[in-house]
Design a protein around this ligand. Structure first.
Ligand code: NIG
Ligand code: FE
Length: 413
């Protein structure tokens, strides 16, 4: 890590995302858009944002190195992708072909495709191969402006294979500039090894998997897919009670096809509930009374050809909202946060402030991280610069305007 003090600029515009609330609807007028400014960084952390001419003088007088940017750029905080499954082996183009030809997702799973297919291929992959895959995918996200990436397990579904996935994620974390945040998702589906006995599998995880994860400090987050094809509410309650008692933060794949499981998120004070494509007014109202962060996954809606998360209704009810890629080999193969966030915004009528908040500080909060997601003194210098003098173009081009530069803790990636 470069411990030097340094300056970066100039930026035609800088979206600080400062002074915006964690919850509720936002209007673009609330965005702080600074013009002709630069950023002073020390030890990877933002010291201050100054008018560029002032910063230039300071650099001259105090012999501070300046990373001078030729051209017109708009800076915003490095994005945070709070929901990915980028640790997997194999590919599932066959599933996609069947889906677009009309076969439903759950039927494809019953016919030997789906999550179980990826489980077999991930079990067959070595830790080194999986690590390489995570590195490649994380670097693609990073290039496109994402500096913090959550990564789930969930394609191992044995103690050894889930631990292998966690080790790969940690290995990859040491090889990429982005921060990778590992989440345990051993309760993705009931593995065939347990012959449909979900309760026995949950008990096995609580006794034989999570204590190891905790002892080795491999993750402090636990996820579960609550759905007819995965785990029911009774099994989920046992699982959530167990992991919570061990100190894991909870996140849930909720209300993807059937409404109701997000209410478990409220009951267990989950950090986030993700998907919510099937949520009704009842779930929206309950979430609005809680601190749980709803996470929209437009990539899964696009990959499955189904409804978007009711983001507008959630925000109007007063919830926060994060937007993530759900990048995985099945339901969401695209893995492009800015494209998906822009499309969700267009369909759900989100202000640019709401969409950008959903991929920055509101997303960071869904990972319990408060040291990133805004460009402000004391925040990590995780910054992305787009080649434009008008911040609105970032979403306007729906993903086709790519970042020119990405900095992770002040270092250009
Ligand atoms: O978030 N819904 C469950 N899990 C993933 C899909 C994983 C897969 O199809 O491989 C999701 O969409
Ligand atoms: Fe997912």
């Amino acid at each position: 890590m470069n411990k030097q003090t340094k300056a970066i600029g100039p930026f035609k515009q800088l979206l600080s995302m400062s002074n915006l609330p964690l919850k509720g609807a936002l209007q673009d007028e609330q965005l702080e858009v600074l013009e002709e400014v630069g950023i002073l960084v020390k030890d990877g952390v933002i010291v201050e944002i100054l008018p560029f001419t002032t910063l230039q003088d300071k650099c001259k007088n105090e012999a501070i190195p300046l990373e001078y940017l030729e051209g017109n750029y708009t800076a915003m905080p490095g994005m945070v992708d709070v929901h990915t499954h980028i640790c997997w082996g194999g590919a599932r183009a066959r599933d996609y072909a069947m889906r677009v030809a009309g076969k439903p997702y759950l039927e494809i799973a019953k016919a030997g495709g789906g999550i179980w297919d990826s489980v077999q291929k991930t079990r067959a992959a070595s830790e080194a191969i999986l690590t390489e895959k995570v590195v490649q995918r994380a670097n693609k996200l990073l290039q496109n402006g994402t500096t913090t990436i959550e990564v789930k397990t969930g394609y191992g579904l044995t103690v050894a294979d889930e631990l292998k996935m966690l080790h790969s994620i940690h290995q990859a974390n040491s090889k990429v500039s982005a921060d990778l945040v590992p989440t345990c998702l051993p309760a993705h589906i009931v593995p065939k090894d347990f012959e449909g006995d979900g309760m026995a599998y949950v008990e096995h995880l609580l006794h034989d998997f999570f204590p190891k994860v905790k002892a080795k400090k491999l993750s402090n987050r636990a996820d579960i897919f609550v759905e007819e094809s995965a785990f029911n509410h009774t099994q989920a309650r046992i699982y959530l009670t167990g992991v919570q008692a061990m100190g894991f933060d909870i996140t849930i794949h909720a209300d993807q096809f059937t409404a109701g499981s997000s209410l478990l998120g409220v009951e267990f004070k989950a950090v986030s509930v993700d998907h919510l494509e099937a949520s009704t007014a009842k779930e929206v109202a309950a979430l609005a009374q809680s601190d749980v962060i709803p996470v929209a996954l437009p990539g899964a809606s696009l990959g499955l050809g189904c409804a978007f998360t009711p983001a507008r209704k959630l925000l109007d009810a007063g919830t926060s909202l994060a937007i993530a890629t759900d990048w995985n080999p099945g339901s969401a193969p695209m893995g492009d946060l800015i494209t998906q966030a822009a499309i969700l915004g267009a369909f759900e009528k989100l202000s640019m402030a709401e969409t950008l908040a959903g991929v920055t500080f509101r997303a960071a909060k869904a990972l319990n991280l408060t040291n990133r997601g805004r460009i402000a003194a004391g925040q990590l210098a995780d910054i992305v610069a787009f080649p434009t003098a008008d911040y609105r173009e970032i979403l306007y081009y729906q993903g086709q305007l790519r970042p020119s530069f990405v900095w992770k803790e002040g270092i250009k990636c």
